[in-house]
Design a protein around this ligand. Structure first.
Ligand SMILES: [Zn+2]
Length: 170
């Protein structure tokens, strides 16, 4: 799993960082990071830069770093673009999912009673499986928002197929 791509995301793309973490990718995001900090960290930790800033993108390439310039607004298109270049999985595997807030790998809760006072009563009743972040303590479950995540990923996979068809030059 160590050979999986790791990312560092510029400060305009916080939502992209959260998505990459949900998909299980180690992603650094600091909304106060300046360009030089991003470049330096990308180099030291071999991370792929994801940015909307053409200047930063060009600097990265000039320094021999990997960088993806995201110009899309649509999240499915953004994910497909990252998928095309970095080969990320466009599906959620909860064994790998990281906390969207702090990038820590989630841990499955072995006894649901442990989260009883941390989730709404109805959620507690309806669900058997919970995951938690050992750093911020936030609890996650496959709730209603899940459908939206799946919908966007479906769309992203479709777009990726289109992109691949378009870029395959034989
Ligand atoms: Zn957390």
């Amino acid at each position: 799993m160590e050979s999986e791509p790791r990312f560092i995301v510029d400060n305009m793309l916080g939502t992209v960082a959260r998505w990459l973490r949900i998909l299980g990718y180690d992603t650094v995001y600091d909304d106060k990071a300046e360009d030089w900090m991003i470049l330096r960290r990308a180099q030291i930790e071999s991370r792929i830069i994801i940015t909307r800033d053409r200047g930063l993108h060009n600097k990265a390439l000039k320094n021999g770093l990997r960088s993806i310039l995201l110009w899309e607004e649509d999240m499915a298109e953004r994910l497909a673009h990252i998928g095309l270049i970095a080969g990320i999985r466009l599906s959620v595997d909860l064994e790998r999912t990281r906390c969207p807030l702090d990038n820590t790998r989630l841990v499955k809760v072995s006894d649901k009673r442990e989260v009883k006072d941390k989730v709404p009563p109805r959620v507690y009743e309806l669900h058997e499986d919970f995951w938690k972040c050992t750093v911020c303590g936030k609890v996650y479950w496959i709730g209603r928002h899940w459908r939206l995540i799946e919908k966007i990923l479906d769309e992203a996979r479709r777009k990726l197929e289109q992109y691949r068809a378009r870029t395959s030059i034989k």
